[in-house]
Design a protein around this ligand. Structure first.
Ligand code: NDP
Ligand code: A1CAB
Length: 273
């Protein structure tokens, strides 16, 4: 696929993760520009990945064929207003990675410009192990959809959803979920430390168990996740006791509530911003 120039508006954690995955995956850094008001993150991006940087969002927007709006949802409206006032978007694909900004709202923020793709990536993109959900309205040509997916495929896997609202499910299941897994990992590490192991040894046990378990899910697509759990759970054994404890304390209900809370917040943000 023919390379295109990519510009990131905002240079925080998430765009850094994507840029890292892109450059390490072979995307030409000379084709990537990022803008940010303060310089330390830009300097680090320039030093670590050799991309172009600028403190001007307008300059970055003008440099890109595909412009990835990577600011916080709270300032998306003001950022878009500034861009459409000062430059033309004609011919550009505008991609949002922001949580809680619907596609219709994004089009409105961009002065009815409808060449937009809404995406929801996650931070493991920095290791090219990301997961990105994508949605585009009918106004976006197939070749442009394919290009945006091609970019995000550099940093992991992609999934197109049919409805804009399904991006909220992507947020709950993949965009926010690394934080749930880190919370779980942290709690396990802390408990192993309390049981007497060093911090480093505790971390090693937890990280390798998480990595191996994730790989087991990936490498056994024909096995239900519940079956993988059953393979660990010997009758009358230790795992049974641990899983029973989780279930008696409503782990499934807690996970459901947490994912619903993420979706509820995304819906709330779409009316707030
Ligand atoms: N973090 C994550 O896991 C994920 C985040 N997202 C989405 O990504 C977007 C960015 O999040 P994240 O990278 O985590 O946020 P960060 O807080 O890490 O970064 C926000 C960045 O925006 C910069 N900024 C502030 N004002 C402007 C402006 N007017 N123009 C351009 N840049 C500006 C800040 O610069 P300065 O440092 O100078 O203030 C900062 O570098 C959000 O919309 C979020 O919903 C989506 C999926 C996952
Ligand atoms: O917490 C957030 O709002 C963003 C979106 C998904 C992950 N981080």
């Amino acid at each position: 696929m023919q390379a295109r120039k990519l510009s990131f508006i905002g240079a925080g954690n998430m765009p850094r993760s994507i840029i890292s995955g892109l450059v390490n995956g072979g995307y030409d850094p000379k084709l990537i520009t990022a803008s940010n008001p303060s310089t330390p993150k830009l300097d680090a991006l320039s030093k670590d990945f050799g991309i172009n940087t600028t403190q001007s969002n307008v300059e970055a927007c003008e440099a890109g064929d595909v412009v990835i709006l990577s600011v916080k949802p709270q300032i998306m409206a003001a950022t878009c207003a500034d861009l459409i006032e000062k430059t033309s978007l004609d011919g550009k694909i505008m991609v949002s990675i922001a949580a809680g900004i619907t596609t219709d709202r994004l089009i409105e923020m961009l002065g009815d410009y409808d060449q937009v793709v809404r995406t929801m990536p996650n931070t493991p993109s920095s290791l090219s192990k990301g997961m990105t959900g994508l949605y585009a309205p009918d106004s976006v040509a197939q070749s442009d959809r394919d290009f945006v997916a091609h970019v995000m495929n550099h940093v992991g896997k992609t999934l197109w959803v049919k409805e804009d609202s399904q991006i909220n499910t992507v947020i709950a299941a993949a965009g926010s979920s690394p934080a749930y897994l880190y919370l779980f990992a942290q709690a396990m590490q802390d408990e192993a430390i309390k049981m007497g192991l060093s911090k480093d040894d505790s971390r090693l046990l937890v990280q390798q168990a998480l990595l191996g378990s994730a790989e087991m899910i990936c490498h056994n697509p024909d096995l239900e996740i519940s079956e993988l759990r059953a393979q660990v759970t010997s009758k009358g054994g230790t795992t049974h006791e641990a899983v029973r404890t989780f279930q008696e304390n409503n782990l499934e209900a807690i996970v459901s509530k947490a994912m619903q809370a993420a979706v509820a917040r995304a819906i709330e943000m779409s009316s707030d911003f």
